[in-house]
Design a protein around this ligand. Structure first.
Ligand code: NAI
Length: 329
């Protein structure tokens, strides 16, 4: 089976090539171009394609993949909000993903964002390098004995909850489907989480229901001086409302690994360009906002697990085995 890998970087190729000998019958071709309407036709002659979080797998792209004979879409990530599943299923195209390749990688990055945004380590580093040992602008708040509110208690949310417990925080949580076996956190209604948390960390998927979960109304319910962190999906936050909230001094700090509008330039070096996105520029202009570029997953362990599970998914399809990681709806 030939798989065309879209939107790849050298690290993708490196981790997949290392494991390929364990999966006989699979051939891989890596291209830098991401998948969208103009590049979908490159899949001619490939039974499978492999794509990442920043791929466009909307209706026209899936239709083109179907015309080119693609039978399998391998998402080398957990989230799949960018895939038109209905159209894929209409054409009998299977969509598989990598659930939970390293929840700790994302949770640890969420806490890194909390610590950076709160204690300004990114600014302190630069100041010290320039012999500026003054502390103005660097004051943070203790996390110890504060309340962490986790929205979405799946694999990553649970890992983040445990990290927060390690910091001596009280952990409360909201989930559409509470997991009663989690005895280290207390489920509360969403409004209570919003109004009592000192740190709010988002770990639910982006769905019709969760789109703009953080908006003017939910921000108004938050405590003044709250720290907000999003390592899940940009669409969970209505950016304009977040910007207004920041201007109203609602937030002590905001840490964003994901944001609306990221798709056009995430994982690209845009340092020589003038960005056309004004919301990103505005977010970056605030002293209490720290942003990273969707790198929560980016650890050696996570990349190894992603490559392994993606190749196992492909191998199971090729050999007619059970598709454990198929996305059905
Ligand atoms: P998961 O499927 O294990 O957990 C998601 C949880 O959210 C589940 O407990 C589910 O019941 C809950 N949920 C669903 N709808 C909800 C709603 N309306 N309100 C509250 N909770 C709701 O997923 P996992 O592995 O923990 O990943 C979470 C998200 O993290 C993914 O959907 C993805 O968007 C994001 N992610 C980000 C990465 C990064 O590099 N920044 C890497 C991997 C995932």
């Amino acid at each position: 089976m030939k798989i065309l890998f879209y939107g790849t970087k050298n690290y993708d190729e490196q981790f997949f090539e290392k494991l390929l000998p364990n999966y006989p019958g699979i051939e891989m071709k890596f291209i830098e171009a991401n998948i969208h309407e103009e590049t979908a036709s490159l899949a001619e002659g490939y039974e499978a394609i492999c794509a990442f979080v920043n791929a466009d797998l909307g209706t026209p792209v899936i239709e083109e993949l179907n015309r080119r004979g693609v039978k399998l879409i391998l998402m080398r990530c957990a989230g799949y909000n960018n895939v038109d599943l209905n159209t894929a299923h209409k054409y009998g195209i299977k969509v598989l993903r990598v659930p939970g390749y390293s929840p700790e990688a994302v949770a640890e990055h969420a806490m890194a964002l909390v610590l950076t945004a709160n204690r300004h380590t990114h600014k302190a580093y630069i100041k010290c390098r320039e012999n500026n040992f003054a502390l103005n602008g660097l004051m943070g708040v203790n996390l110890y004995q504060k309340t962490a509110g986790i929205i979405g208690t799946g694999k990553i949310g649970q890992a983040m909850a445990k990290i927060c417990l390690g910091f001596g925080m009280k952990v409360i949580a909201y989930d559409l489907y509470p997991d009663k076996s989690l005895d280290f956190l207390e489920y509360v209604p969403l409004d209570e989480l919003l109004s009592t948390s000192d740190l709010i960390s988002l770990h639910c998927p982006l769905t019709e229901e969760t789109r703009h979960l953080i908006n003017e109304a939910s921000i108004a319910k938050m405590k003044d001086g709250v720290i907000l962190v999003n390592t899940s999906r940009g669409g969970l936050i209505k950016t304009e409302d977040l910007i207004n909230g920041i201007r109203d001094h609602k937030f002590f700090a905001v840490g964003l690994d994901v944001y609306e509008e990221e798709t056009d330039f995430v994982y690209e070096d845009m340092s020589e360009r003038i960005l056309q996105s004004s919301t990103i520029q505005r977010l970056l202009s605030f002293p209490n906002v720290t942003m990273t570029s969707h790198q929560g997953f980016f650890t050696e362990e996570a990349l190894t697990n992603i490559a392994e599970t993606t190749l196992e998914n492909a191998w199971a399809f090729l050999n007619g085995k059970e598709l454990k990681n198929e996305i059905l709806s």
